[in-house]
Design a protein around this ligand. Structure first.
Ligand code: TRP
Length: 452
C-alpha cells in the first residue's frame, strides 16, 4: 500500500470495506422511513425515475468528486481542503468548506442520535411484548409518553452516542471496519427477510403499486426538488463524510466504480424498504402516514396484527438501529480525524470531546418534544431548526462548493491523475461536464427552493 507522509495513519484494508463503510453511511434513517413515503406520495414510479436521474447526474458525480478530494488530500476534510487549495494556488479560505462539514456532522448527529435512541427504546419495548394486541390508543400513548420522558430520551440518546463513539474511538480498521463488516450484512439480511415476509401478505401487490404506479399527474416542480434533495441526503453528500472515508482509500482503487456500487446499493435498499413496508401497512388496512409516525405508530400497529408480528417487528427496529449506527459513525469521523491530526491528542480523547459536544447539543432535540415544545423559532422547534439548517442549507451548500472545487478550481490534469484515467476518456469528460455545470446548477436550485 502506498505510504503517504501524512498524519492519517490508516487505510481501508480492502475495496470492499470502503464500500461497506460508505454504503453504511449512505443507508440510514433517510432510506428506510423517508424514501418509501415520499415515493408513494409523489407519483410512485414517476418519482422513482426522477430520483434515479438525480442520483445519476448529481449524486454519482458528487460522490466521485468528494472521494477524489479526500484521497488526494489524505487528511481530515479541513486540512484536505487547505492542502488542495494550496496545491491549486487559490485562497486558504477553502478550509472553511471543511469546517462547514464538521459543523454539519455535529448538528446532524446530535438529532440523529435522539431518533436512533427512540428506535432502541422501541426495540426493547417490543421484546417485552409491546406488540401484542396493540390498539390506536396504546400506540398514541406509547409515542407520547416516550416524547414526554426526558429521562428515557436522554438515556437512549446517551447509549446511542456512546456506542457510536466507542466504535469511532477504536479507529478505522479496528472500529469502523469491524462495525460495518457486521452491521451491513446484518442489515441486508434483515431487509431481505422482511421483504420475503411482506410477500406473504395478500396486499403485496397493493403495496408495490402504491410505490411504482406511474402517476404522471402528481409530478410537479416540487417532485423534482424532493427527488434531488433526497438523492443528496441519502448519499451522505456535502459534509465531508465521504471525503474523510475517501482519504482512507488506497490509491489503486477505482473511484468511479466504487461510487457506482455505493449509489446502486443505497438506492436498492431504499426501494426494498418500501417493498417491505407498504404491503405490511396495507395488509392491515392502514393508511401510510408520514415520517416518524409511519415508523413509530403505523408500522407497530400493523405488525401487532400479523403472524409472528413481535419477531418481525423487532427485526424491523433492529434494522433501523443498524442503519442509523453505520451512518452515525460517518457523521462524526470528520470532526474526530480533525482533532486527532490537528492537536495530536489520542483518538480516544478526541472521541470523548466530540461525543460530549454532540451529546450536549442533542439535549436540545430531547427537549424539543417536551419542555421546549413551544419554544419555537419561525414556527420550528429546536430540532426542526437544526434539521432545516443542516439538510437544507449546509449540505447543499457544501455539495455545490465541492463540485465547484473539483470541477473549476482543481486542474484537469490533477483530477485525471487522481482518477487514474486519461484526460481524453469519454467518462472523464462526462464527469467534468456534470460536476462543472449540471450538478452545481441543479443543487443551487434545490438550495434556493429549500430556503423558501
Ligand atoms: N445518508 C444518511 C441517511 O440516509 C444520513 C447521513 C449520514 C448523512 N451521514 C451523512 C447525510 C452525511 C448527509 C451527510 O439517513
Amino acid at each position: 500500500m502506498a505510504n503517504h507522509n501524512t498524519t492519517i495513519h490508516a487505510h481501508w484494508s480492502s475495496r470492499i470495506t470502503f464500500i461497506l463503510a460508505a454504503t453504511g453511511s449512505a443507508v440510514g434513517l433517510g432510506n428506510i422511513w423517508k424514501f418509501p413515503y415520499i415515493t408513494g406520495e409523489n407519483g410512485g414510479g414517476a418519482f422513482v425515475l426522477i430520483y434515479l436521474l438525480s442520483v445519476a447526474i448529481i449524486g454519482i458525480p458528487i460522490i466521485m468528486a468528494e472521494t477524489m478530494l479526500g484521497r488526494r488530500g489524505q487528511m481530515n476534510p479541513i486540512a484536505t481542503m487547505e492542502h488542495l487549495a494550496k496545491e491549486a494556488k487559490v485562497t486558504k479560505l477553502w478550509g472553511y468548506l471543511g469546517w462547514m462539514g464538521v459543523l454539519a456532522g455535529f448538528i446532524i448527529l446530535s438529532f440523529y442520535s435522539v431518533i436512533a435512541g427512540k428506535t432502541i427504546a422501541y426495540a426493547l419495548k417490543i421484546m417485552t411484548g409491546f406488540l401484542s394486541q396493540l390498539n390506536t390508543d396504546m400506540v398514541e400513548h406509547a409515542v407520547m409518553s416516550l416524547n414526554d420522558s426526558i429521562f428515557a430520551l436522554t438515556l437512549w440518546h446517551t447509549v446511542f452516542i456512546s456506542v457510536t463513539m466507542y466504535i469511532v474511538a477504536r479507529g478505522i480498521n479496528e472500529g469502523i471496519e469491524q462495525a460495518v463488516k457486521f452491521l451491513m450484512p446484518g442489515l441486508f439480511l434483515i431487509l431481505l427477510i422482511l421483504v420475503a415476509y411482506a410477500m406473504t401478505t395478500d396486499s403485496f401487490g397493493t403495496g408495490i403499486s402504491f410505490m411504482f404506479n406511474f402517476d404522471l399527474d402528481s409530478v410537479t416542480g416540487t417532485t423534482f426538488l424532493l427527488a434531488m434533495g433526497q438523492a443528496f441526503f441519502t448519499l451522505s453528500l456535502g459534509m465531508g463524510a465521504i471525503m474523510v472515508y475517501g482519504s482512507y482509500l488506497p490509491k489503486d482503487i477505482s473511484i468511479g466504480q466504487t461510487a457506482l456500487v455505493i449509489a446502486i446499493t443505497d438506492t436498492a435498499v431504499a426501494i426494498l424498504a418500501g417493498v417491505a413496508i407498504f404491503p405490511i401497512v396495507f395488509a392491515n388496512a392502514f393508511e401510510p402516514s408520514m415520517g416518524p409516525d409511519l415508523i413509530f405508530k403505523t408500522l407497530p400497529m400493523a405488525f401487532s396484527h400479523m403472524f409472528a408480528g413481535n419477531l418481525f417487528g423487532l427485526m424491523f427496529f433492529v434494522l433501523l438501529i443498524f442503519a442509523a449506527l453505520s451512518s452515525s459513525i460517518s457523521l462524526i469521523e470528520p470532526a474526530v480525524s480533525y482533532v486527532v491530526e490537528k492537536y495530536e491528542i489520542s483518538r480516544q480523547n478526541a472521541c470523548i470531546i466530540a461525543g460530549a459536544l454532540t451529546w450536549a447539543l442533542g439535549m436540545g432535540t430531547v427537549f424539543s418534544t417536551n419542555i421546549w415544545v413551544d419554544a419555537t423559532i419561525f414556527d420550528k422547534t429546536f430540532f426542526e431548526v437544526l434539521e432545516f439548517i443542516s439538510a437544507n442549507v449546509l449540505l447543499p451548500l457544501g455539495g455545490i462548493l465541492m463540485a465547484v472545487f473539483a470541477g473549476w478550481v482543481m486542474t484537469l490534469e490533477s483530477t485525471a491523475e487522481e482518477f487514474e484515467v486519461s484526460k481524453e476518456s469519454f467518462l472523464f469528460k462526462l464527469w467534468r461536464i456534470l460536476v462543472r455545470y449540471v450538478a452545481p446548477a441543479a443543487v443551487t436550485i434545490v438550495l434556493i427552493a429549500g430556503l423558501f
